[in-house]
Design a protein around this ligand. Structure first.
Ligand SMILES: Nc1ncnc2c1ncn2[C@@H]1O[C@H](COP(=O)(O)OP(=O)(O)OP(=O)(O)O)[C@@H](O)[C@H]1O
Length: 672
């Protein structure tokens, strides 16, 4: 098959598909695989168009058209409503898009292939019951690949124009400042603006610059580990869901995966709370200023109190010394009050550092923030404080960088694994959703037989909230009824005739999609198409009658059809309608088709019929305690069900009062 063999693909679209997928073979493979997600990446291709394109390609590969089976609007509506229910089961967009590419057809091979898929899907969903996998699948999102926030405290420098260009081409400058330096001076100037400069190249001496590190690699994880980590951080929820879902699949022995453990361990490191030393430094940075201020304030209060309560007696010598050349009254005070001052200073410094878990020279550095000079009031040395905080920030940053590099190095080789895992689990969601749809609704795989027929036991309409099971069969299903392939369904108003027709349509559509159907068991033949005619409202005018009859002309064509019609009699006067229905049924029966017509004109139709037409009926058995009709939803075969007006009259007679009730009673007596 070629791309041009797909209906709707002209040379222009074919070219675009080849550009998108690389070559014709890959493009065709993508269409047949149902790659809607990949197709909508093409400009101007909507999801609906992509879905239809996949359907046409699939259809073409089996020699069918996706629109052929659903021959009427009503049939297409039933299919759409079924698809709505089906896609409700999908946890991901990918699964939803793939599910939407399924369609009913008369191709035995296509149905067979889908049946194999559906059977595998149901078996898989069964094995995964109560494992909670759905929660993890629901957390899967498309993988993102943003550059992440800029690193502002560091920069990368190189002395080589070639390296500079290569790094730019790799987009390193999107995350961190990138510089080309030509001399040690350049480098020194640059270093002043950052906590750390990573230098690539050996021509410039950087030994004397503590803010410069000589790079030992050019890999992304080394130069900008934040970028690698960002890929994993921004996809953390999805990766976590992937790991959990994959683990469940392994435990349930549904699938095996390589490299899960390594990825899981590295992801755990990514999520780990920071390094305790970095946390200590951060706490120190946050608290040091306040502590120093508080200690100085305390010392000033203390000095004031102590000074106020003491007096100093000066000897004449002291006065001469202080007043003499180069003399200073401070020296006098230092000699008299030195011990008091020193004691207060010591206590203040202890107050500043207590509980800060200082290490190495940090204690001494902190002490230096409160000058030992004898003076009042004491003050914090702001310049020393700034230098101290700056140093701590650099130490913390260096440790953080080291830790980031370690995790980034591990993770940098795992991205392909993440992408592959993501693809597999999105594909898996399609299978799992399909299986869950069948399992949660108790669907069963139908059996295809040769004779024209359709029938099921305990069918439950998927469109009703709490459906009563219904069994019905037309043609030689071997389940019940007789061999007639055409039936007229009569019965009480609101008995469930329309609902039953819809159920037959649901069964036919799902079976021809290769999917299980809502019944305990089901047998049917392969049909070329489904004609479903809904109930029309009121008698049609001449123009509308003509249009309706034209639609029926298609029924005369070749091929086995399943025809479901709801109260066609409304198309024209009852007498004419009965004749038309009878002759339609004759045409269909002779053509080897199967038909179920809901009609209140069953007796008249049977009178005009030239072929064997069975009349079945849905009947009311009586009234319940609240005077509601008790209906047997499964039709009785070969039984003309009355509309049971006497039950309605009985209800009226019992619920009305006085004269009105008597009136209904008199009418009712005519039936007894
Ligand atoms: N199998 C079923 N289980 C539960 N409820 C049902 C079932 N079949 C039909 N009903 C309910 O009965 C009501 C009437 O059904 P429906 O419209 O199919 O009847 P009808 O025989 O076509 O009526 P009418 O002759 O008036 O067109 C609907 O509201 C539907 O929900």
């Amino acid at each position: 098959m070629k791309l041009l063999d797909v209906p709707g693909v002209g040379s222009k679209l074919s070219e675009r598909l080849i550009t998108r997928y690389g070559d014709e073979e890959a493009a065709l493979e993508a269409l047949l695989r149902g790659d809607v997600a990949g197709l909508i990446e093409m400009r101007g291709m909507s999801e609906r168009q992509a879905t239809a394109l996949v359907q046409r390609a699939r259809g073409a590969s089996y020699g069918v058209s996706p629109a052929a089976f659903l021959a009427t609007e009503e049939a297409a509506r039933i299919y759409s409503s079924l698809m709505e229910l089906l896609v409700e089961e999908a946890h991901t967009d990918r699964a939803r898009q793939r599910l939407l590419t399924l369609f009913p057809s008369s191709s035995r091979e296509m149905i067979e292939e889908n049946r194999r898929l559906a059977e595998e899907a149901v078996a898989t969903a069964k094995r995964l019951q109560n494992t909670g996998i759905a929660d993890h699948l629901s957390r899967l999102r498309p993988l993102r690949r943003g550059a992440g926030p800029r690193v502002r405290s560091r920069s990368v420098a190189t002395d080589s124009a070639t390296t500079f260009r290569a790094l730019k081409d790799r987009g390193i400058d999107r995350t961190v400042d990138l510089h080309l330096v030509e001399s040690s001076r350049d480098l020194r100037d640059l270093a002043q603006g950052y906590d750390l400069v990573t230098l690539l190249g050996r021509s410039i001496d950087s030994l004397s610059l503590p803010e410069v590190e000589e790079a030992v690699g050019e890999e992304e994880w080394y130069l900008v580990p934040e970028r690698v980590l960002h890929h994993y951080q921004e996809n953390e929820t999805t990766i976590d869901a992937l790991l959990k879902a994959a683990e469940i699949l392994e435990v349930a022995e549904v699938a095996r995966f390589e490299g899960l453990e390594g990825l899981s361990l590295s992801m755990a490191k990514l999520a780990e709370e920071g390094d305790p030393e970095v946390q200590r430094l951060e706490r120190l940075m946050a608290e040091v200023e306040g502590r120093a201020e508080e200690a100085v304030a305390w010392a000033n209060r203390e000095l004031k109190t102590r000074m106020e309560s003491c007096s100093v007696t000066l000897a004449g010598d002291d006065l001469l010394l202080a007043l003499g050349k180069g003399g200073d009254l401070r020296d006098v005070f230092r000699s008299r009050m030195g011990e008091t001052f020193a004691a207060v200073l010591r206590s203040a410094r202890e107050r500043a550092s207590s509980g800060l878990h200082l290490k190495g020279s940090e204690g001494a550095r902190l002490e230096e923030l409160i000058s030992p000079e004898v003076r009042y009031p004491l003050e914090v040395d702001r310049a020393a404080l700034a230098v101290f905080v700056q140093e701590m920030r650099k130490r913390a940053e260096a440790r953080r960088l080291k830790a980031r590099r370690e995790v980034a190095k591990e993770l940098s080789g795992m991205w392909e694994l993440v992408v592959a895992l993501h693809e597999r689990l999105l594909d898996f969601d399609f299978i799992y959703s399909l299986g869950s749809f069948a399992l949660s609704r108790g669907l069963a795989m139908p059996a295809f037989v040769e004779e024209p027929c359709i029938g099921f036991l305990e069918g439950r309409s998927l469109f009703l909230k709490d459906p009563e099971p219904v069994s019905y069969s037309v043609g030689h299903t071997g389940l019940a009824g007789g061999g007639e392939t055409t039936a007229i369904l009569s019965g009480v108003n609101s008995g469930g005739k329309t609902a039953l027709l819809e159920l037959v349509a649901q069964v036919a559509v799902l079976a021809h999609m290769g999917l299980p159907v809502p019944a305990r068991s089901c047998r049917l033949s392969l049909f070329e198409s489904l004609y479903h005619f809904g109930k029309s409202r009121g008698t049609l005018g001449a123009g509308a009658f003509e249009a309706t009859i034209r639609k029926f002309s298609a029924l005369a064509g070749e091929g086995r059809k399943l025809v479901l019609a709801d109260e066609l009699e409304a198309m024209t006067e009852p007498g004419a309608s009965a004749r038309i229905i009878a002759s339609l049924l004759g045409e269909l029966s002779r053509g080897g088709s199967v038909a179920i017509f809901v009609s209140h004109l069953a007796e008249e139709v049977a009178r005009f019929a030239e072929t064997a037409v069975r009349i079945d009926g849905i009947e009311a058995r009586g009234l319940d305690e609240e005077y509601r009709l008790i209906v047997d939803r499964s039709p009785r075969y070969r039984h003309l069900a009355k509309s049971t007006p006497e039950l309605i009259l009985e209800r009226l007679a019992r619920t009305a009062e006085g004269g009105e009730s008597e009136f209904y009673g008199r009418l009712l007596s005519k039936f007894r």
